[in-house]
Write a new protein. Structure first.
Length: 276
């Protein structure tokens, strides 16, 4: 039994495997959320809708890291590994941020030992640089092939993506009051710019005529040639990110249009509705 999914030379079987490290990660996140909610003032506690959103984000993390997605992605199929990327970077962080009330998130940020990282993420240009640097670095063949065979290395890659997701979405969602708040047009430009550089790894997956990663080239076969698996991985990475960004841009445009229609009035959302 392993505590986290990592590369293995064993042939793939659909026999369920336990990964206690994944369960512990999910339990710690859920416990921290519940504890912060209980300590907050009654008026600041998350609504049912927000709890569902946070739960959905945490579920996305669980699916990405646990069996079978985590096991397949860590050492068998690059396409599944890129599905993990979409879940860790594009889906889980925004849902978890939207599911956390602003007062609670502000209190958590103030207690963080790494408040400087939040300060950096609060600056859009710096956030883009940090996020893209993490994404590109964690796709280098030398990094992937060196870390994936080890449980701690695989865990580090997953958490790096998870962190990159929070950095990416922090300036867009603006869950904490800040002097660097972006206007709606600026958020459009930010989202489009933040997702350009990760298209470079996807392009390599599309056009490479040979296996890029030794991890997946030498993996026990699963019926899909390595180069075809790379091509599918590029589609998953690019299309998955594009769809999520398109949904986010559509919601932002709706909010912007609603705000422009009532410029003299504060936009009031129904109770329990996530604020962007």
């Amino acid at each position: 039994m392993s505590w986290w999914c990592s590369t293995t030379s064993e042939p793939w079987t659909w026999s369920w495997q336990a990964y206690p490290g994944v369960w512990l990660f999910v339990i710690v996140c859920a416990a921290a959320y519940l504890a912060a909610s209980r300590r907050a003032d009654p008026s600041d506690r998350p609504s049912r809708h927000q709890r569902l959103m946070f739960g959905a984000g945490l579920l996305a993390c669980w699916v990405a890291a646990d069996w079978p997605v985590g096991a397949l992605g860590s050492g068998y199929l690059l396409s599944v590994h890129q599905l993990q990327y979409v879940l860790f970077v594009m889906i889980a962080p925004p849902l978890m941020l939207l599911g956390t009330p602003s007062p609670i998130l502000t209190a958590v940020v103030q207690r963080l030992p790494m408040r400087w990282l939040v300060t950096l993420a609060d600056k859009p240009v710096v956030a883009i640089l940090i996020c893209n640097a993490i994404v590109v670095l964690t796709h280098f063949p030398a990094v992937v092939d060196s870390l994936m065979p080890y449980q701690l290395g695989s865990f580090a890659l997953d958490m790096a993506w998870f962190l990159a997701g929070f950095v990416l979405w922090w300036p867009v969602l603006q869950r904490v009051p800040t002097k660097n708040a972006l206007s709606y047009p600026a958020r459009f430009i930010y989202l489009l710019g933040a997702t350009l550089l990760p298209g470079i790894p996807a392009a390599f997956f599309f056009f490479a005529r040979f296996p890029i990663y030794r991890t997946y080239e030498l993996a026990p076969p699963l019926g899909l040639p390595t180069v075809d698996d790379q091509f599918v991985g590029g589609i998953v990475m690019k299309l998955g990110s594009f769809v999520i960004v398109l949904i986010a841009l559509s919601i932002l445009f709706y909010k912007w249009h609603a705000a422009d229609r009532s410029p003299q009035q504060k936009l009031v959302l129904p109770e329990g509705t996530a604020r962007w």
